[in-house]
Design a protein around this ligand. Structure first.
Ligand SMILES: Nc1ncnc2c1ncn2[C@@H]1O[C@H](COP(=O)(O)OP(=O)(O)OP(=O)(O)O)[C@@H](O)[C@H]1O
Ligand SMILES: Cc1cn([C@H]2C[C@H](O)[C@@H](COP(=O)(O)O)O2)c(=O)[nH]c1=O
Length: 762
């Protein structure tokens, strides 16, 4: 089986590199590569990586945020990461070579023997020799990938594959073909988990899904078609070829070409030190024996619910897929179709798979991938159950596309989760285990299902006035559907770690792109952030908004960053004190993050969990703008520490008060002496302003940008209008009628009750 190209991409330095100052925002609203990016987005309520995470080589690249920007832009952004791009190109080349090699090897096998029977046996021998080693040696290869430098493993295995492919035409013997084929497959077993396990270290977690999309589409969509085309060209130009290269037939040439792709891949990978990841810095092997590592891998997979669900879900889905392949011929002829219809049905699976992989993430949006995985497998199973009852060919074709769509979603979600959720130390073994089980389940169902079909045979069953045709292939399809539904439910139960949001409501709100509704479903309140430069009028509007909401009978809490907690107050004093002039940018960023972590923990989360409206004067965007753009700390680092500090909490709405910095600074200076940040240069504050605007532009649904030169009254009215839309009909905490309007900036400890938000009066 051709190796999948990188399921998750490698990272690396962006071509542009992190520049000292942000590039201007281009027409698409996103900063150029290397510039601070408008992304705090795409991370709904989940933690995406911690600071200090080893992603050697991963630097700045454009990462557009929410759904507005779309999946294509995310893939483009992933491709801008230089190391990933290089690895992806070399994997694509190897994948192309692998498909070409498969075509050439199967052709060689049939030409090295005489007779129909012998040709068929040679062909199935080749396929068996490709599948068997994984079952036997996969887990061992996984241990290898976890214990040794993955880059060296990949380079050595690529060199071996180069030699072995080149040797097939040189030796020209069927026995050697089998041996070489077996050895190539054994060697590939060591290469694949090394690559699968290495690449998630090199990209941000949220980049793995687009990277996987790209890799899967390349490996199963583009390269096989290209290889088929090249093989056809080689075959049709045979005469001219032998004139050009005497003694070289088209099959040999295809095999040499294939060999060459591995040589190129070895060279490219050798020059990508980031693949070594942590091993480069910490070369010593993990403690314990080889056997101990093997046992540890099995024990990890069987005792970790998420991995258990993933492994069983993927294995079961492939067993069901094997059953569909095995019954395909009978199924199609039962529907009155011939070989052409079978070909169509086969193609329909790939159309569906491609659609699922390409469109799945945009459709699922921010639905947890654990849920997508289980739901997609159950969906595929239900479609297979329907296929077992289908009476027409066109209906069967439609269902097969749908089944492929669900399967594509499950496959992408499953591999992305393996990359993001399994620790580096054990990832090689986990990928290898999946690889072995997938192949074993495929072989098992390909071998046993036809027996089942034969044993059941064909029967006519009278049900009242109806006569039903009960055939072996339909019964086996039905069993495959039940199996898929069963493993999907099992996987769902294993992986759905007690999310408070009911599945159906979660799916529906995700389809509607309603992220605020998603948190409300989980019982949360509403989180509103004010952002903007110095003196933009944030504090003024925060106060006005709270007064209005309280007047409308809602519990509205105001807070701020830095300084929203007692501890944060001390941090704020240190941060803003002009005497802290020597503070390094990194220390500054960490202090803001520390203030934020305490703020989320002590104030924001509890208030939201109690169903309050929480209004904060500044949040994560300020760090992206001031520390990212202002201090020119790589945006990715600021994003990482912010996510870590907030555990992914994002505002439901951000109100950006936009103002030329010279106007805002004049206002602020009229109020008090300039603090440490206000004393920064105009250029600094202009970078801050541009970044706020770029962030808002990337997620227009979640931001309201207001010209802060308007009067306080006008601004307050516009804010009330937008907020009343946001709060309409939500089950928020309400003040009892007799509670006086609080004047405290922090809100108060009121006796509250929950109820639907009354009609608000902006
Ligand atoms: N819309 C407005 N037009 C003119 N002046 C305003 C407006 N809003 C607020 N101000 C004044 O500008 C000054 C700064 O306002 P405010 O403290 O609300 O801004 P801020 O964004 O919170 O500032 P900082 O971020 O520096 O704390 C105050 O003196 C305030 O009265
Ligand atoms: C949250 C946050 C704030 N800052 C800066 C922005 C301001 O200059 C001060 C906060 O004071 P203000 O009263 O809100 O104007 O701190 C920052 O640099 N990074 C942050 O994350």
């Amino acid at each position: 089986m051709p190796d999948a190209a990188p399921r998750a991409g490698s990272g690396g330095l962006d071509d542009g590199g992190p520049g000292p100052a942000p590039a201007p925002v281009p027409a698409d609203g996103l900063p150029a590569a290397g510039a601070p990016t408008p992304d705090d987005a795409g991370l709904p309520l989940s933690e995406h990586g911690a600071p200090g995470e080893d992603r050697s080589g991963a630097e700045e690249e454009e990462h557009p945020g929410g759904g507005a920007v779309g999946q294509v832009a995310k893939i483009r952004a992933v491709l801008r990461v230089r190391d990933f791009r290089k690895l992806w190109l070399s994997m694509s080349l190897s994948s192309f070579g692998d498909w070409l090699g498969l075509l050439a090897i199967t052709a060689t096998a049939t030409t090295l023997v005489d007779g129909y029977m012998a040709s068929n046996l040679a062909l199935s021998g080749v396929l068996l020799f490709r599948l068997l080693p994984a079952i036997l040696l996969g887990p061992v290869a996984g241990v290898f990938a976890d214990r040794f430098d993955r880059r060296k493993t990949m380079v050595v295995t690529d060199l071996f594959r180069f030699g072995l492919f080149a040797s097939i035409p040189l030796v020209g013997d069927l026995v050697w073909l089998f041996i070489a084929q077996f050895l190539i497959e054994v060697i590939s077993l060591f290469w694949t988990p090394a690559k699968d396990a290495a690449v998630p270290n090199m990209l941000r977690k949220d980049q793995l899904e687009p990277a996987n999309q790209l890799s899967l589409v390349t490996t199963y969509g583009i390269t096989p078609v290209l290889a088929g085309g090249v093989y056809a060209v080689l075959n049709t130009s045979d005469g001219r070829l032998s004139q050009l290269l005497p003694g070289l037939d088209q099959i040999a040439l295809a095999l040499y070409l294939n060999a060459l792709t591995f040589l190129v891949a070895a060279f490219v990978i050798w020059n990508l030190p980031s693949i070594s990841g942590r091993r480069a810095a910490r070369p010593e092997a993990p403690q314990g024996s080889f056997l101990g590592s093997l046992k540890e891998g099995f024990s990890f997979a069987s005792h970790t619910p998420l991995v258990r669900g993933l492994v069983l879900g993927i294995t079961g889905a492939f067993a069901a897929a094997g059953a569909i392949i095995a019954t395909g011929q009978f199924y199609v002829s039962g529907l009155g179709g011939g070989q052409a219809a079978y070909g169509l049905l086969f193609g329909a699976v790939f159309v569906g798979l491609g659609l699922g992989i390409a469109l799945g993430p945009s459709i699922a949006h921010d639905l947890a991938r654990e849920r997508v995985f289980g739901v997609a497998i159950v969906g595929a199973g239900i479609v297979v159950l329907l296929m077992a009852w289908t009476a027409t060919l066109w209906m069967a074709l439609l269902l097969v596309v749908l089944m492929g769509f669900f399967a594509g979603n499950a496959y992408l979600a499953g591999f992305t989760l393996l990359g993001t959720e399994v620790e580096d130390e054990i990832r090689g073994r986990t990928f290898a285990l999946v690889q072995s089980l997938v192949r074993a389940s495929l072989i098992l169902s390909l071998a046993t299902v036809p027996i089942g079909v034969g044993v059941i045979g064909q029967h006519q069953v009278d049900v009242g006035v109806l006569t039903l045709a009960v055939t072996g292939e339909r019964v086996m399809l039905f069993v495959a559907g039940l199996l898929a539904v069963g493993v999907g439910l099992f996987a769902y139960r294993q992986m759905d770690d007690g999310r408070p949001v009911p599945l159906l409501a979660d799916v529906l709100t995700a389809l509607r792109r309603d992220t605020t509704a998603r948190r409300r479903l989980a019982g949360g309140g509403v989180f509103i952030a004010f952002e903007g430069g110095e003196g933009a009028g944030k504090s003024t509007q925060v106060r006005r908004l709270q007064e209005w909401l309280t007047g409308e009978g809602l519990v509205a809490r105001t807070t701020r960053e830095p300084g929203g907690t007692a501890l944060g107050g001390k941090v704020r004093a240190l941060l803003l004190d002009p005497a802290s002039a020597g503070l390094s940018p990194r220390a500054e960023a960490l202090m803001y993050a520390a203030d934020r972590a305490q703020h989320v923990h002590d104030v924001l989360r509890p208030a939201l969990d109690a169903g309050e409206v929480v209004i904060t004067d500044r949040f994560v965007d300020s760090s992206l703008a001031y520390q990212g753009a202002g201090r020119t700390i790589p945006m990715d680092d600021v994003r990482s520490i912010s996510r870590w500090a907030t555990q992914g909490l994002r505002p439901d709405l951000t109100l950006l008060l936009d103002l030329p910095p010279e106007v805002g600074l004049a206002r602020a200076r009229g109020r008090a002496a300039a603090d440490r940040l206000e004393s920064e240069s105009l250029d600094f504050h202009q970078r801050v302003r541009r970044t706020f605007l770029a962030l808002a532009e990337a997620e227009p649904d979640r931001y309201l940008v207001l010209d802060a030169r308007r009067s306080p009254e006008e601004l307050a009215a516009a804010i009330r209008t937008r907020v009343s839309v946001l709060l309409e009909g939500l089950p928020l905490q309400q003040l009892p009628a007799d509670v006086p309007v609080p004047h405290s900036r922090r809100g108060g400890d009121h006796v509250v009750q929950t109820g639907s938000t009354p009609h608000l009066h902006p």
